[in-house]
Design a protein. Structure first.
Length: 295
């Protein structure tokens, strides 16, 4: 019997968690119960360092399986001979991020563990990035309790925005926000990367971030997609207007769980006015709070 050392040549998809290596097989299957695994991926240990935008390398082989109710994520730290499993209810997810840069891909899930905000990072070879994008879309489909049917894979791919629209989902509001640079002496620093900001009719706020460089001749490769469900009563969306920036954040009892900052060069008063109008016209939009610096 093959015993995994976590250093297989590439990640891959399996038909069922039963087909995973141990201990991933036992960790996930023992938790599945009567749930149906819709997509299951195995990723060997990422041999490089941490991600380019602060994503932590768990230095473990990993498996991800998504059902209509949960994310199941198992980690096996082979050198330490230790393994763990995360079982995350879809409605406890605060935000999901997937991204890629050349050969590197990543998944980050911010979630509520019952008492506090927590997060888990996975790094993987980017050739399976389309499968992780499908995981993201499946989670969005089931987040609102949609039924488990054979239509769950029927997503419309939007090549311009690089994400999958759900059935009957539309874009209610969007902006393409430029990068922001600051020149200090002889060096130019990137303060904010180019970002497409999108609000969908299903109540998801999507940030599609493209790596930017001050030198137009410099090639950039990184692209990441953040998805926030904004109608969650436990983690309501708050938008703060400060002196030189707009801050988007999800909060719990006044404590910031996750945030995203835009500068005044990117997000103007007319953009804010249009976003308020779009939210006002949507069911659940009344839960979003807008605050100025003086509030």
């Amino acid at each position: 019997m093959y015993v995994s050392n976590g250093h297989e040549p590439h990640p891959f998809k399996v038909a069922h968690p039963n087909d995973l290596y141990e201990p991933h097989r036992s960790l996930i299957c023992d938790r599945l119960g009567n749930e149906t695994p819709l997509l299951t991926l195995y990723c060997p240990v990422w041999e490089g360092g941490n991600g380019i935008w602060g994503h932590q390398n768990p230095r473990a082989s990993s498996a991800v399986s998504l059902t209509e109710r949960h994310w199941f994520i198992s980690l096996n730290k082979h050198k330490q001979h230790s393994a763990q499993i995360f079982q995350i209810d879809h409605r406890n997810v605060i935000a999901v991020e997937i991204g890629q840069a050349l050969l590197l891909g990543w998944l980050r899930i911010n979630f509520w563990d019952g008492k506090n905000a927590n997060q888990t990072d996975l790094l993987f070879n980017a050739h399976v990035f389309p499968d992780f994008r499908q995981l993201l879309s499946l989670w969005r489909y089931f987040y609102h309790g949609n039924p488990l049917t054979d239509k769950t894979a029927a997503f419309e791919f939007n090549p311009e925005k690089h994400f999958l629209l759900l059935n009957n989902e539309s874009i209610r509001w969007q902006r393409s926000l430029p990068a922001v640079f600051r020149k200090r002496r002889r060096k130019t620093k990137v303060l904010a990367h180019q970002t497409d900001l999108i609000l969908t009719s299903q109540g998801f706020l999507i940030f599609l971030v493209h790596e930017s460089a001050p030198d137009k001749k410099q090639l950039t490769f990184a692209e990441t997609l953040h998805v926030w469900p904004v109608w969650q009563e436990r983690f309501p969306l708050r938008i703060n207007m400060q002196e030189n920036r707009i801050v988007f954040k999800l909060s719990n009892h006044g404590k910031d769980l996750i945030r995203f900052d835009f500068f005044e060069e990117q997000f103007g008063d007319h953009d804010l006015k249009d976003l308020k109008a779009a939210l006002h016209d949507m069911e659940g939009g009344e839960n979003v709070g807008f605050y100025s610096k003086s509030d």
